[in-house]
Design a protein around this ligand. Structure first.
Ligand code: UD1
Ligand code: MG
Length: 429
């Protein structure tokens, strides 16, 4: 294999042409196996920065006691999920390495770090723990003997949507793992999320009506429009966009998980503000919250190992899983427009990437910067994505600095989204 991701199945020895030049040697004696390290201080800093606005709002905003009870139960289960991911990643890493699922760190090529076999697809652990937490949580919110559920009828309708959402996320996790194992071509990758979104598209029995923005109401002459099946098409496209856009803003240690954590925290802030504001949409936002808290917690567990210098790679298993989790909460929480505003960096990255994605300009397997082993700095290549654009605009820097710059941009984009919503409130819808 020419690129930096190397997979060998079974016990067959790797032919010399498949050995990675960056590694120099293709050892099976564990010489290049990584030492897994948890970056506790960096993790604590990022978690405090990302979560504090949400936790402060949760503390100070007036929220119904029954609902607060459910949110806190979900929070405690999410913390247990975080611990589960921290404990399971070292175990799973051994197993994926044993099956020769590892990648070489491209942004360390030429240095000792570029020779390490970094275990791949550890998003699998995050996904499985997330599903266990969210499935167990239904006991507290939907079970008939639980008096919390009595307060939020109709519970059965929610249970259907809840399970459809989990089925999509689970299906996406599976297809992401399939992609990691089989290394599917781009045209196939692109459509995987539309298949994974089918459970939700088929089970969805909610509104297909959109409210026309106020400035367009008098020119159009109506205030609502029933989109019917077009609404379902929109839902499918949203899933395709969210999953692929996270997957192509990637390749820098910590970036895939970091952006997911920041977007999810922004969604949490939006949910908790809406819950305290409006009775009408309260249930939809509570639903989103029950999925976002476990997503943030289990992702932070993965980030502890994936932050620079990465001890594990997340794989397409994680990027697709996280993108789908965000898409389903946007759809079922009925705030897909706000969600898309949070995705501003991903939208810009996608638009800038179009010439390469559609092969108008040649597109290499990896569109990553070049690394200078002497200085330890990255230089932007001509490949068209935000990673290289940031290096070209703001100058050469280390991989960690680059990740922080890109994540800071994500935070600014989310802040901009809240500002825009505030300015447009009452005027737009
Ligand atoms: C997408 C991007 C590709 C980018 C890759 C990185 C497009 C069209 N494709 O491809 O440009 O290079 O993601 O994930 O934009 N890796 C690192 N450091 C990291 C993370 C990953 O070096 O922090 C490398 C490793 O060799 C790893 C491989 O990237 O094995 C994973 O690549 P993969 O997720 O399969 O790439 P794509 O999603 O196809
Ligand atoms: Mg990928």
């Amino acid at each position: 294999m020419a690129d930096a991701k190397v997979r060998r199945r079974g016990n067959k020895p790797t032919p010399p042409h498949q050995q990675d030049p960056a590694a120099g040697i293709d050892d099976d004696d564990g010489k290049n196996a990584p030492v897994l390290t948890i970056k506790w201080s960096k993790l604590a800093m990022l978690a405090v920065l990302a979560l504090s606005p949400y936790l402060l709002l949760l503390w100070f905003l007036p929220i119904d006691a029954g609902l607060m009870n459910s949110i806190l139960t979900n929070l405690v289960m999410s913390v247990a999920g975080f611990a589960g991911v921290i404990l399971l990643i070292p175990v799973a890493s051994k197993y994926v390495l044993r099956r020769n699922m590892f990648g070489y760190d491209i942004n360390k090529r030429g240095s000792a770090g570029g020779k390490v076999k970094v275990p791949e697809s550890l998003g699998l652990v995050t996904g499985i723990v997330f599903l266990v937490v969210t499935i167990l949580f239904q006991h507290f919110i939907f079970s008939p003997e639980n008096n919390i559920s009595d307060r939020y009828p109709p519970e059965n309708a929610w249970l259907t949507e809840y399970y459809a959402a989990l089925a999509c996320i689970c299906f996406m996790l599976f297809l992401g793992f399939v992609d990691d194992v089989l290394d599917l071509p781009w045209r196939v990758k692109l459509f995987l999320p539309s298949i994974a979104a089918l459970p939700l598209l088929m089970a969805y029995a909610g509104r297909t009506i959109i409210v026309i923005p106020k400035p367009l109401r008098s020119p159009l002459g109506f205030t609502e429009l029933n989109l019917g099946w077009v609404y379902k098409l929109y839902m499918g496209l949203l899933a395709v966009f969210c999953t692929n856009s996270v997957n192509i803003l990637a390749g820098v240690n910590g970036l895939e998980v970091g952006q997911t954590v920041i977007i999810s925290c922004a969604v949490l802030v939006h949910n908790v503000m809406q819950i305290s504001r409006s009775d009408e949409t309260r249930q939809a936002h509570a639903f989103s919250l029950y999925l976002m808290q476990p997503l943030v917690a289990t992702s932070l567990g993965l980030l502890a190992f994936n932050w620079y210098p990465s001890s594990v790679f997340v794989g397409d298993t994680y990027t697709y899983f996280a993108g789908m989790a965000l898409a389903v909460v946007g759809i079922l929480g009925h705030f897909s427009e706000t969600l898309l505003l949070f995705f501003l960096p991903q939208i810009l990255n996608f638009l800038y990437s179009i010439p390469q994605l559609f092969k108008i300009v040649p597109c290499p397997r990896h569109r990553l910067p070049s690394f200078d082993p002497h200085t330890g700095l990255l230089t932007g290549s001509n490949d068209m994505n935000l990673v290289n654009l940031f290096l070209r605009w703001f100058g050469r820097c280390s991989e960690q600095q680059l990740c922080i710059r890109l994540l800071a941009f994500q935070v600014l984009a989310c802040g901009f989204c809240f500002g825009l919503r505030y300015l447009m409130a009452g005027w737009y819808k």
